[in-house]
Design a protein around this ligand. Structure first.
Ligand code: AMP
Length: 406
């Protein structure tokens, strides 16, 4: 592969950096070549990567002295890609959680964009700084390299004012306290798949349930997001692995005012101790809950399905009806049990589950006579980032004759 063809995708968290390398296929579509991550940053750093068939290419532990932080992890992964695979990417696409009120699509990064994204740190203090760190690191080391920011919020930015507002004093909305919605790259990918895998419903009213360790649902009308269960932060909406989802704000006031919890303590609890983990007292992982005979595990799973069905009712109201329901992400793609529990609660929509199709994780898991079809469609947020990155660097090359010649 020539270095001209490689695009690096970076998804950085506080203690891990996930990366993927894409080449460009004959039809101009990004083609995944390498998938890897450095995790345990600052504790037990470990660089792992595999090729597109899942064959392990590297699994190497490092010392904290060698990889103390995210920039060092990026250097380690970048050096390995360059030295072992001759990959010098032509562009880097980053997952960035927050594009604030203004970014409704991916953007080529420059100093002005970085300054704007810095402004959104208070809107996503746990995630945005981790997303921006690699952008700065790569910019310093490779100043000419094109970098693209792809936002979890962008796909939802066309929401109507009714969907974008909390019923708070308007100045807070002006200051950015809005219902942004997240998992936008996943929903955008699913919307892009519908014409190929389910053309009958691609232009219709579709609910997509992104059920992973983070979980939300999106109402798609003609492939566009019109409503989401997530709001200002990734805490709202559905219960998740360790987050509670929809919560009466009075509970927060009670915890701080009556129980004397600090804001930091409440934040820690809401992000790490609630959801399936808090309810079951056993695990945040659906696989473990499904394997458990403990009634608390079964209660947590049933609660999850119940809340999905309640949110489905809400999104049906936003859409004015429903033409299809789609499951995606780690739980949605793999847990026949969660899908069966959920669909059982959506019978009022005219949904009939095909148990055999559900058990085999088929594309369509509803019976032919089901009034509303139900699909399982694997998501691919990184591919979506690669597509945006390719589009933006192609536009840049066309608009800059000097670059086009280089
Ligand atoms: P994600 O964040 O999309 O990678 O989803 C991760 C979650 O998917 C895990 O925490 C599990 O709860 C769930 N998951 C992954 N594989 C399975 C499986 N085979 N069966 C049930 N749940 C699964």
């Amino acid at each position: 592969m020539s270095s001209r063809d490689a695009i690096l995708i970076v998804n950085a968290g506080s203690s891990s950096v996930k990366f993927q390398v894409f080449g460009i296929g004959t039809a101009g579509e990004p083609v995944r070549l390498i998938k890897g991550q450095v995790d345990g940053i600052g504790t037990r750093p470990r660089l792992r990567a595999s090729d597109s068939d899942g064959a392990v290419l590297i699994d190497r532990m490092s010392t904290v002295a060698d990889i103390p932080d995210v920039p060092a992890a990026l250097h380690a992964a970048g050096d390995w890609l360059r030295q072992q695979h001759g990959i010098n990417p032509v562009a880097v696409g980053h997952r960035v959680v927050h594009g604030g009120p203004e970014y409704d699509k991916a953007v080529l990064i420059d100093a002005d964009v970085i300054a704007r994204l810095e402004k959104y740190v208070p809107l996503a203090p746990l995630h945005q700084p981790n997303n921006l760190a690699p952008i700065r690191t790569i910019g310093e080391r490779f100043p000419g390299l094109a970098q693209v920011a792809c936002f979890d919020t962008a796909f939802h930015r066309a929401h109507d004012a009714l969907a974008d507002h909390f019923a708070l004093p308007e100045h807070l909305h002006d200051e950015g306290v809005r219902r942004y919605g997240f998992h936008g790259l996943s929903y955008e990918f699913i919307a892009s798949r519908l014409p190929a895998v389910a053309p009958d419903i691609a232009t219709g009213r579709v609910i997509v349930a992104h059920l992973g360790s983070g979980a939300s649902m999106c109402a798609l009308s003609n492939g566009r997001s019109i409503e989401s269960t997530m709001g200002f932060t990734a805490l709202d909406g559905l219960p998740m692995g360790t987050r509670p989802g929809h919560l009466d704000p009075g509970v927060i006031l009670y915890l701080i005012g009556q129980q004397g919890m600090s804001v930091a303590g409440v934040q820690e609890m809401l992000y790490h101790d609630c959801g399936l983990k808090g309810l079951s007292g056993i695990s945040n992982d659906v696989r473990e809950l499904e394997a458990s005979t403990d009634p608390r595990a079964q209660f947590a799973l049933e609660y999850f399905a119940y809340r999905i069905s309640l949110c489905a009712g809400m999104l049906c109201a936003a859409l004015g009806g429903l033409d299809a329901f789609v499951f995606t992400a780690g739980i949605g793609e793999n847990s026949a049990g969660v899908r069966a529990r959920t669909v059982a609660r959506l019978k009022w929509l005219g949904v009939e589950l095909d148990s055999a199709a559900n058990a085999s994780h088929a594309l369509r898991i509803s019976r032919p006579e089901s009034r509303c079809p139900v699909y399982v469609i694997p998501t691919d947020e990184e591919l979506m980032i690669a597509r945006h990155t390719m589009t933006l660097i192609a536009d840049r090359d066309v608009s800059d004759p000097a670059l086009a010649r280089s």
